[in-house]
Design a protein around this ligand. Structure first.
Ligand SMILES: [Zn+2]
Length: 44
């Protein structure tokens, strides 16, 4: 899932798999479809 997060008056979309952040939701979704990191390591 792409996670939306507001920061500095902007909305960022982060890949839950690897934590990469995008300012365009479509970019985040596209990344996530190809992302190999299925488990969110930063939440462990
Ligand atoms: Zn990712």
């Amino acid at each position: 899932m792409v996670k939306a997060e507001e920061r500095d008056d902007m909305t960022w979309y982060s890949c839950e798999g690897c934590g990469l952040m995008f300012d365009v939701e479509d970019d985040a979704k596209r990344h996530e479809e190809r992302c190999d990191a299925k488990e969110p390591t930063y939440l462990q």
